[in-house]
Design a protein around this ligand. Structure first.
Ligand code: HPA
Length: 247
């Protein structure tokens, strides 16, 4: 298997199953990554772990230095990146607790540093982003999900919102009309930057709540936390299967 990094989201600031070998502080032309890179092994395989929101979960989604994170991973020789994220469920299959391996993205974020092609350009570069995720990595995740009994939803449109507030009910109605199945705040520009850095990238999204207005009552943070704990436990089973059996 390719050298893999896991970017952990809310509910996955550390992985107990990771046998840590060392931590490495990286500096990049885009500034500081979210945290030191944690090198270690899961199921005997080398991985690098990076908590997207910082080691003590202090960086909100719109302030994550996505460019620095991906620059640093590429410079460590990483070839494939798995972005783990908590999301809200919009369509019927995306119930709290489910794990989703999305296949498409709609980007509603704004004002984020979303490209590395900004200055000092000898030519204008347009990356192809028709299929925003690596199909190989998605397949491996879906297979690992089956092997581990986690049974992820193997497709879905990820709607990336700006945050840090949650959405209004009307925004979710609009997103559903647009074709979104799940909603989260960190999927972009992470996926697009991974493509710019030539890294294979896929998302493993853990549904922590029904999206705004889907339940008729406001979103309870207690519920979110509870669903996230269960979802992340299952996600870890999937990760172990991914590293143990595949590639
Ligand atoms: N909306 C946006 N991001 C999220 C949600 C949500 O409902 N749940 C977890 N992350």
């Amino acid at each position: 298997m390719m050298k893999l990094a896991i970017i952990g989201g809310t509910g996955l600031d550390k992985i107990q199953d990771l046998e840590i070998t060392h931590r490495e502080v990286c500096h990049t032309p885009f500034g500081e990554p979210s945290a030191a890179m944690t090198h270690g092994k899961i199921a005997g395989r080398e991985v690098v772990f990076l908590p997207r929101h910082g080691a003590s979960h202090m960086i909100p989604p719109h302030r994550v230095n996505y460019r620095a994170n991906l620059w640093a991973l590429q410079h460590l020789g990483i070839e494939a990146v798995l972005g783990v994220a908590a999301v809200g469920g919009i369509t019927a299959d995306m119930a709290p607790g489910r794990i989703v391996v999305p296949d498409q993205i709609i980007d509603y974020t704004f004002g984020r540093d979303h490209t590395i092609y900004e200055t000092d350009l000898s030519q204008v570069t347009h990356i192809d982003f028709t299929y925003p995720y690596s199909e190989d990595l998605r397949r491996q995740l879906i297979d690992a999900g089956r092997i581990s009994g986690v049974d992820p939803v193997g497709r879905g449109v990820y709607g990336a919102t700006q945050g840090p507030r949650l959405e209004t009910a009307a925004e979710i109605v609009r997103m559903e009309r647009d074709g979104c199945d799940i909603v989260g705040m960190t999927g972009m520009p992470e996926a697009a930057l991974a493509r710019e850095f030539n890294l294979s990238y896929a998302s493993c999204s853990v549904v922590s709540n029904w999206a705004a207005g889907k339940q008729g009552s406001p979103i309870s943070m207690k519920e979110v936390e509870k669903n996230l704990i269960g979802g992340m436990e299952r996600l870890k089973l999937l990760l172990i299967a991914l590293l143990r059996f595949l590639g």
